[in-house]
Design a binder for this molecule. Structure first.
Ligand SMILES: [Fe+2]
Length: 876
């Protein structure tokens, strides 16, 4: 016993408990049945139901005194034959659907015991329908029919039960309450062994079901509006409405309630109704009808009218009509309490209303919809597809029936391809959990087995990269009428611009835009765009370091797409493929971007990134999109021969950091690995030489290539936490980017090689591999070591040795930054580093506390000590 048995005797409780116990046992046994078993049983039940369709219809009429025998028979046939037609090939056991392309499998799990309420209006058909659904889904059902439909329901359950058990269903799979009270229902609705309440019935029953705290399928009341639009086939429309509204004397809650008719066809429609056997009431008759069949206190229909014939209702009300009258038609002037007949009427009384425009017609239909029919059914007759769609948009109904009868149309499978049902979900508007035609899938817990999928990766780079000494000559191959060379003051002064100019085709008009050699600001970019517009440029040559090339990328973006909003395009994102903002594809102008790098570090000549410095806001906006990548990259070492030693060291370590971070990134792939590894090898071999012997052409060339190759890797695999730390630290203390990276690098390698406190979700990488990747680097560099741990340690040692060779300070303290000053900056540093998107592709997720620890390690310069501690938590 799960609830206090209010108002129930001990005997009654024992009876109800026995019903539940049998159903629970049956449901447990039923789980062993296979698809073939349930399909065989269902087929036998359907045939038995059809065999007894007339018998059950007769019983229903005799007992309920509602509806029409012939129509009850049709309903029983639809509930068996049409429902079978829908369910027969559906899989409802084990794997029911597979989606190989997405790695998803849906598996069916029965609910167990369902408690089902059956209405008086469609008693036997609803029982047949629910029995078939239950067996198809391996559930047991306890039925609670309306008290005035108990005998016919009991008989329908008996027929279904005996047939099911005879063909292999477990005993106890169906039960029907012998008689019931609201207390019985309340007790069962709250019973712990009832898995689902399926309440087809009046608003009280549905509300009780939803209030029970159990999962429930409830269906709401209807008040079906019909829009009879002037383009409709009037003959078809009027006949369909009569068929539908008189079907089983209007007991189906989807049947038409108020027909809104366009003014132009109103009189013709009324005449047609009259010609085909409807009695059209005059004003007095309408008033009388409204007073008699609608309860003036509640505003709801009088129960004694439900399911009665039109002539019987007329006689009861005192209207004089022909004996052949099928339908009573009541013209009304509006909707709401002042117009009693505008509500649901489950009998053959139909309201009609004149509309002088489409808008007015839609408004009246919406009003009817809101007057007790939200989420249920609506009907439109029209040949105008635009109006049909508009009707569908503005009416809140689970079923919008077009050019067909509402009641039989809503049942599904007869006039349309909707799912056959005897239970109409009305969505939240009707206080229900679904808008569907309730079907077998509502009787199942559908489990989803989702296989791991491998996201599609990519490898994108500019389609033309020219490298080696004098590669700049290739600018000759790109015809241009008007070219702007974007560069910085020192490069113009030392003659680099002249070298480029020399190789441009002679007919090219060339202009030079000299911009500050600092991180680009919006003002700089906009001035550049102004120049591009003025000269109607069709080619931009960016000659410089990362800042100059970044500025040129943004100039091109804004020149080609003036509406581009840097602020919006710089919005943060987690996955490039799924981010919200889209870069513009519409181009007002077109210009080729040729990037010639004059430093060997950022690799901006091939990356899809550009950083805008917002001086006023004191922050950076990072733009990232492959449309920013230069069209042509030129990696010509002649432009880096004069780099000072410090710049050579800093940019070289930036390049190494790019390659190491791309190598262990959660977006790393064999494509990026090949570039990252090669770049690392080149840096270790050539950076010391380029640093010690600046005029060594081979070393300069190889370092220039290394920077570009590392950039190709991180353009596709991104960077990591090292860059997040370096960005925050470098900005705060005015330390060059490469140097800031260098101060963090040994600590970050040790950090990433240890067991993460928090793993980063990473569909691209199976398991945690960062330490193995570092070991691979150590092997590539021939650093020795027998274990992964030793190899990582050797790599950190090699990095530290390289930093020493390059004269790079080994701690932040060594830069002269006091401990106090650093401590004061720490909260900001941590916050800014955490806000930096660079770490999103780091192999381990940095905790805020770990960012602080990394900063502190970098302050003190404790790289090797950290590796030793990491080794204590070795992972394999
Ligand atoms: Fe960098």
């Amino acid at each position: 016993m799960t609830e206090k048995a209010a108002g129930l005797s001990a005997e009654r409780v024992a009876y109800l408990e026995e019903l539940v116990s049998q159903a629970r046992t049956a449901a447990a046994v039923f789980t062993q049945c296979q698809q073939e078993d349930v399909d065989r049983i269902v087929r036998a039940m359907v045939l038995a139901g059809q065999e007894q369709a007339q018998h059950l219809a007769r019983l229903a009429i005799e007992e309920t005194k509602l509806g029409v025998l012939e129509d009850k028979f049709i309903k029983n046939m639809v509930a068996t034959e049409f429902v079978y037609n829908y369910v027969k090939d559906k899989r409802t056991v084990g794997t029911i659907r597979e989606f190989p392309e997405s790695g998803l499998i849906e598996l069916a799990e029965p609910i167990g015991v369902i408690f089902s309420l059956i209405p008086i209006t469609n008693p036997t058909s609803t029982v047949l329908f629910k029995c078939i659904m239950a067996i198809k889904t391996r559930n047991a059902v306890i039925f609670s029919p309306h008290p005035n439909a108990w005998r016919c329901c009991q008989e329908a359950v008996r027929i279904m039960y005996e047939t099911a058990v005879k063909h292999g269903a477990p005993e106890g799979v169906f039960a029907c309450l012998e008689s019931h009270t609201l207390e019985d229902n309340a007790y069962l609705m709250r019973h712990k062994d009832i898995g689902l309440i399926d309440a087809t019935g009046g608003p009280g029953a549905v509300k009780a079901a939803y209030s029970s705290g159990k999962p429930a399928l409830g269906v709401g009341p209807g008040n079906t509006p019909v829009y009879l639009e002037k383009s409709a086939d009037l003959n078809m429309a009027v006949v369909d409405i009569i068929i539908s509204k008189t079907f089983d004397n209007g007991t189906i809650c989807a049947s038409e309630q108020t027909v809104v008719i366009d003014d132009e066809i109103y009189d013709a429609v009324v005449k047609k109704f009259s010609d085909l056997g409807a009695h059209v009431c005059n004003e007095q008759e309408t008033e009388l009808l409204g007073r008699m069949v609608i309860d003036p206190t509640t505003g709801f229909m009088q129960p004694m009218a439900v399911g009665q014939k039109a002539t019987d209702i007329a006689r009861f009300v005192g209207l004089s009509v022909k004996p052949s009258t099928k339908l009573l038609i009541a013209p009304i002037q509006g909707v709401g309490r002042g117009y009693p007949l505008s509500v649901e009427k489950l009998f053959p009384v139909l309201s009609i209303c004149r509309a002088r425009s489409v808008d007015e017609a839609l408004k009246v239909c919406i009003d009817v919809n809101h007057a007790g029919g939200l989420g249920h059914t609506a009907v439109i007759f029209s040949r105008n597809d635009e109006i049909i769609r508009k009707f569908g948009e503005v009416i809140n109904a689970g079923r919008i029936i077009v050019n067909s009868p509402g009641s039989i149309g809503a049942l599904g499978g007869v006039y349309n391809d909707m799912v056959p049902t005897f239970s109409f979900g009305c969505g939240t508007g009707g206080g229900n959990s679904t808008t569907d035609n309730v079907n077998v899938y509502h009787y199942l817990n559908i489990k989803r087995l989702a296989r791991r999928t491998q996201p599609h990766m990519w490898f994108r780079i500019p389609n033309q990269i020219y490298f080696n000494q004098n590669a700049v000559q290739n600018v000759y191959n790109f015809p241009s009428r008007s070219t702007i060379i974007v560069t910085s003051p020192p490069l113009e002064q030392i003659g680099h611009v002249d070298i480029v100019r020399r190789y441009l085709p002679p007919q090219t008009l060339v202009h030079v835009s000299v911009i500050p050699d600092t991180e680009p600001e919006l003002k700089t970019v906009l001035e550049g765009v102004e120049a591009l517009n003025f000269y109607k440029a069709d080619q931009i040559i960016a000659l410089g370091g990362g800042s100059v090339i970044d500025a040129a990328k943004m100039m091109k973006l804004k020149y080609e797409s003036p509406e581009a909003d840097f602020e919006e395009l710089g919005a943060p994102f987690l996955d490039l493929r799924k981010r919200v903002v889209e870069y513009p594809t519409e181009k007002a102008n077109r210009a080729r971007l040729i990037a010639i790098s004059t430093t060997s570090g950022t690799g901006s000549e091939v990356t899809p990134f550009a950083v805008l410095f917002d001086k006023a806001g004191g922050r950076k906006v990072t733009l990232a999109d492959y449309s920013l990548s230069p069209d042509v990259a030129i990696v010509d070492p002649q432009f880096v021969m004069s780099m000072p030693k410090g710049l050579t060291a800093d940019t070289g370590i930036d390049c190494l950091t790019h390659a190491l971070e791309a190598g262990v990134s959660s977006y790393a792939s064999p494509y990026t690995d090949s570039n990252a590894m090669q770049a690392i090898r080149l840096v270790f071999k050539y950076l010391p030489i380029a640093y010690e012997h600046p005029q060594d052409e081979e070393a300069r060339n190889m370092m220039h290539n290394a920077a570009c190759i590392a950039a190709i890797a991180f353009s596709n695999a991104s960077v990591g936490v090292n860059h997040a730390l370096a960005h925050a630290f470098g900005a705060r203390f005015g330390v060059a980017h490469g140097r800031a990276n260098a101060l963090m690098l040994p600590h970050v390698i040790a950090y990433n090689a240890a067991v993460p406190a928090k793993f980063m979700p990473s569909p691209n990488q199976p398991g945690y591999v960062a330490h193995h990747k570092y070991a691979m680097v150590a092997d590539l560099l021939g650093l020795g070591g027998h274990t992964v741990e030793e190899k990582v340690k050797n790599l950190v040692g090699a990095v530290e040795q390289l930093l020493d060779q390059l004269g790079i300070p080994r701690s932040i303290a060594a830069l002269g930054i006091s401990k106090d000053e650093f401590d004061r900056a720490m909260p900001d540093l941590v916050k800014i580093a955490f806000d930096d998107p660079s770490w999103l592709s780091n192999p381990r997720m940095p905790l805020v506390s770990e960012l602080e620890e990394l900063f502190r390690n970098a302050y003190q310069g404790r790289g090797l000590a950290k590796v030793a501690s990491a080794s204590q938590q070795r992972i394999s």
